[in-house]
Design a protein around this ligand. Sequence first.
Ligand code: PMP
Length: 392
Amino acid sequence: SHNRVWNFSAGPSVLPLSVLEEVQRDLLNYKGEGMSVLEMSHRSKVYGNIISDAEATLRRVLKVPDNYSILFLQGGGTGEFAAAYLNLMSCKSVREKQRKLGRQLACDYIVTGGWSKSGLKETKRLGGITNVVLDGVKSAATGEVTYNSLPPVSEWNLGKPEETAFLYYCENETVHGVETPANYVVDVVDPLVPVICDMSSNMLSRPIDISRFGAIVAGAQKNMGPAGVSIVIVRKDLLERDETDPEITRNIPSILDWCYYDGAESMPHTPPTFTIYVCGLVFKWAENLGLEALEKLRETRSGLVYDMIDAHPEFFHGLVDKKFRSAMNLVFTLPTRELEAQFISEAAERNMVQLKGHRNLGGIRISLYNAMPIEGAKAFVIFMKEFYEKNV
Ligand code: PMP
């Protein structure tokens, strides 16, 4: 049809074909405006509708409560590492808690892989005091840290609530393939500590109870749309500030300041207009399916591949503890590097691309985001089986 491949990229990644077709159809003349969305002023009425529709659709799909703001920002997922820290430390309730304590509050970090580690590093870089709640799992024998599971909750080193500004974690580690089950973290954190969660690579793939989070941050370029926008869903009381407090806004560049965007329809300055437009179409596509159906699809897709891994564990070696393995990014190794290279090149001959593990981890990684049709996962599993039979 369109000569499209099965694209297992970790992001930017596959988008729904129907969305791409709609973009193509409307590209030269968007709904009779005589111009493309690419060329349209963000101050035009038409664009105002595009962005407010996108926001409203996402709000419906994720059932975002009224006391949460949805913001479209720039700077990618990485920008939000700094933004989360800077905005939370300026928030009125956090500042009050700090005053009461008489010294700087600590920020709790759960480190389950590369991306939460990057969040932790950024906060340290900005002068934050950090408390590492857990850092992967440590081998008792060698002391070596591996990001393939989470230690039992009884071993978590949670800070005291009155000494903690917020707790941060990443729900799906795109590189290490570790996904924390829904509500797993919020169930153990004291409700007085706002939980900040990076959901860049699993947002929109299953229902979430937003009300349990202080803020959810995500780069769009996996389940939500093309690269170029980050989405923040933040509880409104965390945007309250004491304007007489000299230490707050002075410390936050406008571009990272959630309050700068809130109340300005995310448009205090030029937003990434086209990206947000495409995200809006993806949100509509997701709404038509519904989060429950998307969750079933993700379990089906990843289940097909994990079943094959589990059937031949001596050949396909899954890297992550079953309880925490990701439905979005599946990581495994083959018996030798040579077989992995051969696996990748034979897959490419069958139009299956982007299978190479992350440069820091090696092995194989396939990403099965929302827009990957079940047929893609099935084709991959057939290939796995044939490859196994030929090379075992
Ligand atoms: N968090 C997660 C979970 C990610 O997967 C990524 C990027 N793949 C980031 C943060 C960083 O996002 P960006 O590349 O947009 O800065």
